[in-house]
Write a protein that binds this ligand. Sequence first.
Ligand SMILES: N[C@@H](CCC(=O)N[C@@H](CS)C(=O)NCC(=O)O)C(=O)O
Length: 202
Amino acid sequence: MKLYGSITSPFVRRVRYLCHELGQSFELVDSLTDAGQSAMREKNPIWKEPCAEIDGLVIWDSHTIIDYLTEKYADSPNGLRKPTGVEKWRERNLVSAADGCVESAINVFYLKKDGVAVGDVAYLVKQRARVESILTWLKSQLEGNFFTPEAKIGLSELTLYCILDWLRFREMYPVGDDPVLSAYMQFHSSQPGLVATRLPEK
Ligand SMILES: N[C@@H](CCC(=O)N[C@@H](CS)C(=O)NCC(=O)O)C(=O)O
């Protein structure tokens, strides 16, 4: 498999994590380089990472790639928790919320990087407030360090970890100052798939 993306992206990281868990090898085409970015753009009209080339297919969006891998390795005991019934829909809500949180933070991050004074733009103030609102809700949904009584990492736990680590790395939210969030990070940080996909030192 060829994976177009960067190691800092929280969306790419959840795909890297799942590959690690399932034993799916991949070659990372670094989209932060000019060559990697143009290679990705040739394949993916959305120009967003991750994008994967696997088994003769080109697939973009981490959700679609994760669904593909989950189906491909349906018999593996090593994938993500597979919620059913009502839990499946709750899991989807948790993941959409966490995605929404990091998308808003990424939006603020890039505009700040481009020199926009975030506090002067009402939409960006709302984006920052949305990050806070979502994190507050996600915390309210935790049962210890998981979202369910089953202590197995699902897409929701994985996504929360990846977004928190990105928020910390990019200094977009003081994750370390929040006792619940820092305990969550601490608890999961030694999980082999998260160690294998850890973000670079600054
Ligand atoms: N829903 C997509 C989101 C992907 C996404 O937003 N990727 C960001 C990087 S973290 C990106 O490539 N942004 C480039 C841009 O917006 O131009 C997924 O889950 O893969």
